[in-house]
Design a protein around this ligand. Structure first.
Ligand code: NAP
Length: 324
């Protein structure tokens, strides 16, 4: 497994970040433990979780299954609900209790909020670092301007700054190319990407024109049939390209993200050990410049303003949202 330096921290983490959102959801604790053990056996050290996953159950499972391995791991979790200082402190304390940990390695703001007060939020995060409850702080789903503003406020007060931004990014969700990825490259922000497999659409799980598999997220997530319809031709080309190179589509999708400028570590979400084996190989596959371009052009995705996952429209409508 390749390793990367995580932003400017001097800390080496595996290039693959294991996503745990399905732990306690689509996979039970025993399967979650198998996934984690196999990932660690293959050199994965970077693990992503969140207080919000399965109402805290994911963190509880993670805490139990990392016993004896904690020292090898770089664990990131996220605040739930809101970004008020008291809540930031409480949310982190609750996460630590659920995972039975003294500290996490990375503590992230999960989503920007309307009317969020930046200085109190950054001060609370800095206190968490000073208290030794987290080594670093980061954010998810932040547009570039907001991340820059937060870090400017932190810098002017001598507080810890965000070292990463976790964003949705895959072959057809490419809004981050407008500003988030260039900002990351210019200022050494570690970008971790979720939905790297587009919920399984880029894992060969769904075939255009065929019914959605019964035991799949497509049964409950309305984006799956929408995207399947919208990108049907491109998906056929993508699956064919994977077959021609003798790759599993999940490998090809994660490989493409891994090769993208500005991306530090793709987060790979799996719901079984079998899926993990397929995705792990993505970190050994190399793409030539021609292959990367061919895949990039396949989806003809326009890079539009989707920095907040396309789900936080107010951030795109106005800048009048923050109080320094
Ligand atoms: N910061 C944020 O706001 C945020 C938001 C979402 C996720 N995340 C993080 O990112 C991680 C990944 O997110 P995600 O799960 O939504 O996206 P994803 O990685 O694009 O999709 C993962 C899904 O793809 C399918 N899959 C994976 N490998 C496969 C294989 N080899 N063959 C067939 N299907 C395969 C599985 O679907 P089935 O379960 O249907 O089999 C799996 O649940 C999460 O675990 C979480 O840590 C962060």
């Amino acid at each position: 497994m390749n390793t990367i330096e995580f932003a400017n921290t001097g800390v080496e983490v595996s290039q693959m970040c294991l996503g745990t959102m399905m732990f306690g959801d689509r996979c039970d604790e025993a399967e979650s433990a198998r996934i984690l053990d196999t990932a660690v056996d293959h050199g994965v050290t970077f693990v992503d979780t969140a207080a919000a996953y399965v109402g805290g159950e994911t963190e509880k499972i993670l805490g139990r299954i990392i016993k004896g391995k904690r020292d090898k791991l770089f664990i990131g979790t996220k605040v739930t609900k809101n970004v008020d200082p008291d809540w930031i402190t409480q949310s982190l304390d609750e996460s630590l209790e659920r995972m039975q940990l003294e500290h996490v390695d990375l503590f992230m703001i999960h989503w920007p909020r309307q009317n969020m007060a930046i200085a109190p939020m950054m001060e609370a995060l800095n206190k968490a670092v000073e208290a030794g409850k987290t080594r670093y702080i980061g954010c998810c789903n932040f547009p570039a301007w907001l991340l820059a503003h937060c870090n400017a406020v932190a810098a002017s007060n001598g507080w810890a700054q965000f070292v990463n931004n976790q964003i949705p990014y895959n072959l057809f969700e490419r809004g981050a190319e407008v500003e988030v990825l260039p900002q990351a490259a210019a200022t050494n922000i570690a970008i971790t990407t979720y939905r790297s497999l587009a919920l399984g659409l880029l894992a060969g799980k769904y075939k255009p024109g065929e019914p959605l598999p019964e035991d799949s997220r497509g049964q409950t997530d309305e984006r799956v049939p929408l995207w399947l319809d919208k990108y049907s031709d491109a998906l056929k080309g993508f699956n064919q390209f994977a077959a021609d190179r003798d790759l599993h589509p999940a490998q090809l999708a994660a490989t493409w993200v891994r090769h993208s400028p500005g991306v530090a570590a793709p987060i790979v979400g799996v719901s079984s050990e079998r899926q993990l084996h397929a995705s792990l190989k993505a970190f050994d596959v190399e793409l030539s410049a021609e292959e990367y371009k061919h895949l990039t052009d396949l989806f003809a995705a326009t890079a539009v303003q989707e920095e907040s996952g396309g789900n936080f429209a107010p951030l795109r409508r106005t800048f009048d949202l923050v109080t320094a």
